[in-house]
Design a protein around this ligand. Structure first.
Ligand SMILES: [Zn+2]
Length: 137
């Protein structure tokens, strides 16, 4: 997180609680939460102000850290991370010429004992070598 991004975060908070923002605030907030992904912090702000339990409490960096950690806790990924991941995967699949629209490379492998079996491999979109004997469709 850059200091400019910390300022953006403070501006968003300011739109809720009307606090004044000085250069010292930017530096202090940046120091406190610069390890957190900006988009997660931005997503945590409306959760704070939209929750009636928090009314009247002045939002501090530690509150946002707790919300960001809660968002990621127990579900592995936050909604935001999941959405970003989905978008990135969709874009990679779109740009890839090796796999189908679900990210699979379909084909068949000849086995000595059981004959030819259709199978599929998860594509990493890098045109890495396929397993020996695999014939893509
Ligand atoms: Zn692919």
């Amino acid at each position: 997180m850059t200091k400019n991004e910390a300022l953006r975060i403070l501006h968003k908070i300011q739109s809720y609680d009307g606090r004044t923002i000085g250069e010292g605030d930017v530096l202090a907030w940046h120091e406190a939460i610069n390890d957190l992904p900006v988009e997660h912090v931005m997503a945590a702000i409306p959760r704070w102000f939209g929750n009636r339990d928090y009314q009247g409490q002045r939002l501090m960096p530690g509150h946002l850290r707790a919300i960001v950690e809660d968002l990621g806790h127990g579900r592995g990924l936050t909604d935001l991370q999941r959405t970003t991941l989905r978008h990135n995967q969709a874009a990679a699949i779109d740009a890839c010429t090796h796999c189908d629209d679900k990210g699979w490379i379909n084909g068949a492998i000849d086995h000595d004992d059981v004959g030819t079996r259709t199978t599929a491999f998860r594509c990493d979109h890098t045109n890495k070598p396929l397993p020996p004997g695999f014939r893509p469709d």
